[in-house]
Design a protein around this ligand. Structure first.
Ligand SMILES: Nc1ncnc2c1ncn2[C@@H]1O[C@H](COP(=O)(O)OP(=O)(O)OP(=O)(O)O)[C@@H](O)[C@H]1O
Length: 379
């Protein structure tokens, strides 16, 4: 398949001053390419240069085989639609009118909509689930609704390339997923090429065919989500020093509470995750074990617990791990055991539970911390 958009050795910036240089990218039709990177890294500047809002300071960009600068405005508008972060504030325009503006490359000088144009506008409004807002003034809609109307305007343009700057930022979780689903449909059903910036890394990882990272004045790592999100690159890209980003799980964690462990958590199979979060919220250092390295909660325990006693994947909990866990458990004030399934692999954890009980340290935990601030339930 041929590249639809090609940027080669591109330099972008403002008033002759480069922000990013040496940018190369290829986007095929029917694919989604996502730009990620920290605030101020230059994602919007790249997008503005691709949509001709900014003139590149160097290099070249070709769209469907023609240099960007060789397009007339109407021809460019038939190829490319944009949803940028700035909100237009058209007075007295209904949502229908705003979406219908997407038909302007096709409607001639007077902008008169044919019956077919009107149907396309209503179809686009329906696609973004805003048909009921057709007659509502655009200025009287919420930020999330405005975002969806602007997407409808872009859809009306019937673009081959759709450029979006942080399209999910004003949307609630349901509408974030719906928007990404619409992009997927445009890609699969209309063979659109999508180039966008996203702050939600978990979503970027799920929706993108290819990811580009804006980093230190250029494009850093590029590749499939699997390639880009591997290892601790993302934490470095964003300079995460307070907290962690669990790449494999696609979510961030707050910084751990430092100090010698006061509580011991016998978890496993994900049962410990809410307990780790509750203890960390309450500022209580804790130890966790014995957790298998392939357990779904191992990564969370690793970044939140003061100590994790671990066992290799698929191996029964061994003597060494057990003895270490026992020692740490005995030094703790209290023991929690959210786990209630014990099998061959973790039968030593049942032994830890027995020891904790005999020592009189076993406690229930209030996950919804009570008003008194007491996370323990001694009753
Ligand atoms: N109009 C402008 N004139 C001069 N510099 C600008 C202009 N707009 C942005 N910049 C600068 O360009 C750099 C990149 O900004 P840009 O908006 O492209 O970053 P971004 O990666 O999109 O950031 P964010 O994630 O915060 O939206 C920043 O240092 C910013 O201050």
């Amino acid at each position: 398949m041929q590249n639809y958009l090609t940027a080669d050795n591109l330099t972008v910036g403002y008033r002759g001053k480069p922000i990013l240089s040496d940018i190369s990218m290829n986007i095929r039709r029917g694919s989604i390419v996502t730009l990620i990177g920290p605030n101020g890294a230059g994602k919007s500047t790249i997008l503005k240069s691709i949509i001709r809002e900014l003139s590149p300071l160097g290099g070249s960009v070709f769209l469907d085989g023609t240099a960007l600068e060789d397009y007339s405005d109407p021809d460019f508008a038939k190829k490319t639609a944009v949803v940028m972060t700035g909100r237009p504030d058209p007075e007295l325009m209904t949502c229908f009118d705003v979406a219908a503006a997407g038909r302007y490359p096709y409607t001639g000088r007077f902008g008169i909509l044919s019956k077919e144009d009107k149907k396309k506008v209503m179809d686009a409004l329906e696609m973004v689930r805003c048909e009921s807002l057709a007659d509502v003034l655009f200025q009287n809609t919420s930020d999330g609704q405005k975002q969806r109307i602007l997407l409808a305007r872009a859809i009306c343009q019937e673009p081959e390339l759709l450029v979006l700057d942080e399209p999910t930022s004003f949307l609630d979780i349901r509408h974030k997923l719906e928007l990404l689903d619409i992009l997927k449909k445009l890609v699969h059903e209309r063979n659109v090429a999508v180039l966008m910036s996203l702050h939600e890394l978990d979503l970027a990882e799920r929706i993108s065919d290819y990811v580009l990272c804006a980093e230190n004045g250029t494009i850093g790592r590029t590749g499939t989500p699997q390639e880009v999100f591997e290892g601790d690159y993302i934490a470095k890209l964003y300079g995460i020093e307070h907290g962690s980003y669990l790449t494999s799980l696609g979510f961030p964690e707050l910084p751990r509470t430092d100090g010698a462990p006061r509580f011991f958590v016998i978890g496993g199979m994900g049962s410990g995750i809410p307990v780790y979060h509750a203890l960390n919220r309450a500022g209580i250092p804790f130890a966790a074990g014995v957790i298998h390295e392939n357990d779904m909660e191992y990564q969370t325990a690793r970044v939140l617990a003061a100590e994790v006693i671990r066992e290799a994947a698929f191996e029964p909990v061994g003597e060494q791990a057990f003895l270490r866990a026992k020692k740490v458990l005995e030094s703790c004030e209290a023991v929690f055991c959210p786990l209630n399934v014990f099998g061959t692999m973790n039968k030593k954890n049942r032994e830890l539970l027995r020891i904790g009980t005999e020592l009189g340290k076993l406690r229930q935990i209030h996950l919804d911390k009570s008003d008194s601030g007491d996370i323990l339930n001694d009753k």
